[in-house]
Design a protein around this ligand. Sequence first.
Ligand code: SF4
Length: 480
Amino acid sequence: MNKIHEECGVFGVYSSEVKNLASMTYYALYALQHRGQDSCGIVVNDGGVFTGKKDLGLVGDVFTKEVLASFGPGKIAVGHVRAGVKGSVTHANAQPLVVNHVKGTMALGFNGSLVNKNELRTELELQGSIFHSTADTEVIAYEIIKARLNAPSIERAVTNAMDKLKGAYCIVLMSPTKLIAARDPNGFRPLCYGVTEDGSYVVASESCALDAVGAKLVRDVKPGEVIVFDSMGVRSIEDHCNTAKMSSCIFEFVYNARPDSIVDGYSVHEARVEMGRYLAKKYPVEADVVISVPDSGNDAAIGYAKESGIPYELGFLKNKYVGRTFIFPDQKDREDQVRKKLNPISSVVNGKRVVMVDDSIVRGTTSGRVVKLLREAGATEVHFMVSSPPFLFPCYYGTDVPNKDMLIANQHTLEEIRQMVGVDSLNYLDLEDMKKIALMDGKNGFCYACFNGEYPTETPKSTGNKYETKINIEEYTKRH
Ligand code: SF4
């Protein structure tokens, strides 16, 4: 749907007894599929023997009954789903990555994006490392291996390697005897752990994966924390905690995370409903019905309807079996794909003044196409409410917010966008209102960089990757 997409989901399990962890990981990855649909993988560890399978495709396609049956039982397992940017969807980039080194084997999965990946990679290559992929995971693996040579344990190696990693990362790592989870000091991406009734520990990008395997959420992994699960139980290493300001990605609450997840103590659904309520308070309109662009606009549309008193109805039927639009390379394909994926329910919108709620506008082409469908179905007015502020800057932390040339709000005024999308009115959630919602409990800090250009860390220095176009924030601010 020409939407922003998250780039990965991670999962790990440490069981007190040997059992079928491949199917447990499969269910968890199924629940995390929204975080990445290009490749997936599972590695199971039975007494230090690693058995793995990774491939391009959806979890349900890669892990058929036969493939799952080919895994033996184990005590530890890790799993991964990935969405790659254009050109990076390769088998080599699929995860978990399994690495054999002098101190033993490890398998790791990663979510996020390192801002100093190119520098680290160059340094490693000059020292003799040979890379097989373009994934940050491989850089992290080499840094851990290097640190392991002088560290007394794998968890200490992970902790020491974190001294060199900058940016956003959640790591789930399996050694022959341990499961280790680590979250960057800013806490950009979510990571939590839970426990099942039989005492197995599970770690996942989102709590919805814990729910899927019957585990109870214990807590979020703290920014900067390394947690070790092994035969001694659970241990926490907090060397990197409180070394940076917490900067949890606000866009997880707008779009990335599933609404049934709890992220850093917040209900994603409740946050989205609140975003819709704020839109209704600030931008009331005379209308007959509130609808959402499914599924990402659903919760905010409910909030808008609750606050405004305008009834919420199902305005579109979404065909969930059609692939995502951005995998179709040219514009014509993308437009056809919108029609295949969304069909307006004409009895809901025909002859009506419609409030349409969606989570964001990236390039604007999809939104324009969706509005056209509503007009064709007989909507007399379309008032477009967007439950996030305009995207003005790229994301360097693992969400695929593209560079400024691709962002309609960076290139056009509100009125121009309104005309281009073809709606009667257009309103975005104000950044200040988003901050009020995010800071309701006053505990957490958030990243809003794709909306305000205030990056919580240094930004990538080198070129040659998707960050080639650097933003001159001062120049931008003057222009707008
Ligand atoms: Fe999230 Fe935007 Fe910050 Fe990226 S820049 S971490 S998408 S808030």
